[in-house]
Write a protein that binds this ligand. Structure first.
Ligand SMILES: NC(=O)C1=CN([C@@H]2O[C@H](COP(=O)(O)OP(=O)(O)OC[C@H]3O[C@@H](n4cnc5c(N)ncnc54)[C@H](O)[C@@H]3O)[C@@H](O)[C@H]2O)C=CC1
Ligand SMILES: O=C(O)[C@@H]1CCC=N1
Length: 280
């Protein structure tokens, strides 16, 4: 079946589902008519209908499963088992491919809660999907075929880049790229406040902070230079930048960033342990 003919059903129409839906529609990968979402909140259903004209928004998860080929589990990890229990009778392993984006929920748990032989893929996307600049990591389960993985890649590449990795990396991936947009946004916010602190009007600080981050990444990608080389290009002996860098070192900037990624990774591991423990 061509990708454009596949019915894509999202269970849960929150932040991440909406980011992916916007990416899918704006990239032209599929038509709004091929997208379905099941969502219990009436306010959210109204928002989705108004934001993405043409998509089908439902209340019931099983009704969605019956109408879709590719099912995206986009609910919070804490309720995923409840949702799996609800849909398991409606899942047809020969028709459906299930993609879970839930942080910390391992394939083993997903497969155990679904009918035998169900083809399941675990994905960790991130919010830049909203503007087709996402980075997603995926891994196939026990029953996925190479066609399923090709289809998954096609789906993910509609809203950014996709990398296939073993499941053992998923907690670390969640800590880095899954949660990463929040760290970067916090850094941008800090730069803006810093600009205001040294006397810049806030609007000026906003544009300078954003363009500096965007420009530095483009510089890195455009020249192929590594972060150390980019840093050296800016840092003259006895100049201004080295004084700023010293302050970052005194504030343990790099250790703090490492701690942030490690804490998020550990939380992902905790969610996994919790999901596995409930299995006993
Ligand atoms: N927000 C992010 O940056 C990322 C989120 N994720 C994962 O995506 C999943 C969704 O996260 P968000 O979109 O941030 O959460 P969210 O809270 O914005 O969305 C979850 C949606 O599920 C709906 N929902 C609640 N109970 C439901 C049920 N029984 N059946 C169907 N829908 C139900 C909620 O009303 C809500 O709209 C989580 O598992 C999270 O770990 C993964 C990568 C990045
Ligand atoms: O904070 C969360 O739970 C989700 C998972 C990855 C990014 N955000």
């Amino acid at each position: 079946m061509a990708f454009k003919d596949i019915k894509i059903g999202f269970i849960g129409g929150g932040q991440m589902a909406a980011a992916i839906i916007k990416g899918l529609i704006e990239s032209g990968a599929t038509l709004p008519e091929n997208i379905l979402v099941s969502e219990p909140s009436s306010q959210r259903r109204k928002y989705l209908e108004e934001t993405f004209p043409g998509i089908k928004v439902l209340f019931e998860n099983c009704a969605l499963v019956k109408k879709a080929d590719l099912i995206i589990l986009a609910v919070k990890p804490q309720i995923i088992k409840e949702v799996l229990k609800e849909i398991t009778l409606c899942v047809d392993y020969s028709r459906h491919l299930i993609i879970s984006i839930a942080a910390g929920i391992p394939l083993a748990v997903l497969e155990k809660c679904l009918p035998e032989k169900t083809r399941v893929v675990r994905v960790m996307p991130n919010t830049p999907a909203l503007v087709q600049a996402g980075i997603s990591v995926f891994t196939g389960g026990r029953y996925t075929t190479s066609e399923d993985l090709t289809l998954t890649r096609k789906f993910l590449e509609a809203f950014g880049k996709a990398v296939e990795l073993p499941e053992a990396y998923f907690d670390a991936v969640t800590g880095l790229s899954g949660s990463g947009p929040a760290y970067i946004a916090t850094f941008v916010e800090a730069l803006i406040d810093a600009g205001v602190k040294v006397g810049l009007p806030r609007q000026v600080a906003e544009i300078l902070a954003q363009e500096t981050i965007l420009g530095t990444l483009k510089l890195m990608q455009g020249t192929g230079k590594n972060p150390y080389e980019i840093k050296s290009m800016v840092t003259s002996p006895g100049g201004t930048t080295i004084c700023g860098l010293k302050a970052l070192e005194e504030g343990a900037f790099r250790a703090t960033v490492m701690d942030a990624v490690e804490e998020a990774t550990n939380r992902s591991k905790e969610l996994t342990l919790l999901a596995l423990k409930e299995e006993d």
